[in-house]
Design a protein. Sequence first.
Length: 141
Amino acid sequence: MKALFTVSAAQLALGLAGLRKALRDRTSYDVWKLKGDPRHAARDQWVMGTNLSAPGLMLILQGLATAGLLSRRWRRTAAKTLAILGAIMSGGYPAEKSIRQAWRGKSRDKSLLPMTAAAAALATLMAVLGRKDMNRLPKAG
């Protein structure tokens, strides 16, 4: 449980750093055929996210679930929530065009590679640890 808490907190910190950078640089999401307008990045980040972060609503849910790990009553639900969020985010990072470009070394912004690679790795680890902890904990009741 301690490992899941630490991984989720670190992943959340990177997600918030990505959100801050995307809003500061006015960059928006570009996933498959869905492309955001940089003028609306602050509004769109709540549901669609940015090119460097999950949607704001997911980040809030991740924060609540991470805090929920500290409560005996909510621990299993929190682990399950983090497993699901981690799995979604694991697919979200490579789906984003600017992240794929950064991972191929084709981005002018050299800070994107380490930040997004670490965030994606932590999201994957969060999914694995969340699933493991969820299955290990007794059901509430």
